[in-house]
Ligand binder design. Structure first.
Ligand SMILES: [Zn+2]
Length: 458
């Protein structure tokens, strides 16, 4: 019997016991980034939060019984414009931005397909790209037109929102409010202001694919249809968990639900919908115009990825998070204490129940971290931290990695430490201080304990 996991479900507006459709194959989808430019710190939040949920599902149901699909949007107006500017294909552009994003995710300790997939077995993690699923999108669009849920107008295919009686059930917005929002700019070919694009014509020079039947000229898909097509292909027409940022509830997720349910004739697209809260920077909404736009790479140049991950998980995923320097400093101190306590101990076989319990309660990370902080047995502390994706390395391994990243020379450091020990043994305090100062100048701090002298990168 799997331990009981409770999750807050946006669809029902309540925290519920999570009951997978098939406990031997739990299926989860998260909307990933649009890879047109360097990712910002806000993009990292859903990735880290849902990485934790994936780890937890693997712990509860077994690693071979969970599949996680996290998509990549690699075609949209911004991508097309940026590729045209540079005179390269959208694939060349997005391959570059995606590789940079992957490097960031590795630093953040996020599980990647190559970490979890086993050759010859059902995939445990998939990172589908929109441009690899255009044929599936066209099939869905044609089915929606055939069933009267979509129509062709002026080279577009539009979803006919009034043809779906319970449209809006996820975001729970009144229809008139949604209409007022959509009225800002109504394209003349729309029958209703809420109708949204499934397929549109490509302008000359833009990427294009053969259109659904009824449209002669090649075109390209709208944004929402990609997630309906990719989730159905990899997880099935109905699956367990659909996750994403709170800003995606409307219209993106509402429209995904409309497309998938009307295409497949299903009562739900996913049973449980999870949404993470907003991220602010030092109390302000992050925006390029406000000048507080922080790229993920810039943060990772200054801080270890593990510190960034911890700073992110200290807040509950549904709460807004205020991204501050103070928060990062606190996270660094917390991790330093953990590394100091675990040293090179191997993790215990299982994470302590005290750490698992709060995570099972709608990912209460703050309580789980507090429990880890209370543990003094090194093996248990490390196993508890491992469950949340921390302390993957021993202290020695971390120090070696930090030293390598800082470009330090370990032999020179150890020679100075030996000089200092010899000077102290000879009570030559001036020589001892010189060695310590030379180490400090290299960015290395030394500490004398009962087990001898240890050092760390400042
Ligand atoms: Zn999506």
């Amino acid at each position: 019997m799997a331990p009981m996991l409770r999750l807050y479900n946006t669809l029902t507006g309540a925290k519920e016991a999570f009951a997978p459709i098939d406990p031997s194959h739990v299926r989860m989808y998260a909307c990933g980034p649009t890879v047109y430019d360097a990712a910002h710190i806000g993009n990292a939040r859903p990735i880290i939060v849902f990485d934790l949920l994936f780890r937890l599902l693997r712990r509860v149901y077994g690693a071979a019984h969970v599949t996680y699909a996290r998509n990549v949007t690699d075609v949209d107006d911004k991508i097309n414009a940026r590729a045209a500017e540079r005179g390269i294909t959208i694939r060349a552009l997005t391959d570059g931005t995606l590789a940079a994003f992957h490097a960031d995710l590795r630093d953040l300790g996020v599980l990647m397909p190559e970490d979890v997939n086993v050759p010859g077995e059902r995939p445990r993690m998939i990172e589908p790209r929109a441009t690899d699923h255009i044929a599936e999108m066209v099939v869905m669009i044609e089915a929606l037109v055939a069933s009267g849920h979509a129509y062709v107008a002026a080279g577009h295919v539009l979803f006919d929102v009034p043809a779906m009686p319970d449209y809006g059930a996820l975001s729970k917005r009144p229809l008139d409010e949604m209409e007022a929002g959509a009225r800002v700019e109504i394209a003349p070919y729309k029958r209703s202001p809420l109708d949204f694009v499934l397929w549109k014509p490509s302008k000359p020079g833009e990427p294009s694919w053969p259109s659904p039947s009824g449209i002669a000229a090649p075109g390209r898909p709208g944004w929402h249809i990609e997630c309906s097509a990719m989730s159905a292909r990899h997880l099935g027409q109905t699956f367990d968990i659909h996750a994403g940022g709170i800003d995606l509830i409307f219209p993106h997720h509402e429209n995904e639900v409309a497309q998938s349910r009307c295409c497949f004739g299903t009562p739900v697209m996913a049973n449980t919908w999870l949404h993470n809260g907003f991220l602010q920077v030092e109390g302000e909404k992050m925006s390029k115009s406000a000048g507080n736009f922080v790229t993920l790479r810039a943060v990772l140049n200054d801080w270890p990825g593990e510190v960034v991950r911890l700073a992110m998980l200290k807040s509950h995923y549904r709460q807004p998070i205020d991204w501050t320097l103070r928060g990062l400093e606190e996270a660094r101190r917390m991790l330093d204490r953990w590394y100091g306590a675990v040293g090179d101990a191997r993790p215990a076989a299982e994470a302590p129940e005290a750490v698992l319990e709060p995570l099972l309660d709608d990912l209460n990370t703050a309580a789980a971290l507090a429990e880890i902080h209370r543990l003094d047995d090194p093996a248990r502390l490390r196993a508890g931290a491992n469950l949340l994706g921390f302390l993957g390395q021993t202290r020695s391994e971390r120090d070696a990695a930090t030293v390598a990243a800082a470009g330090l020379d370990v032999a020179a450091i150890e020679a100075l430490i030996a000089d200092r020990a010899a000077a102290r043994a000879a009570k030559d305090w001036a020589a001892s201080d010189r060695a310590r100062d030379a180490l400090a100048a290299m960015g290395v701090a030394v500490k004398d304990g009962k087990d001898g002298t240890t050092w760390s990168v400042i």
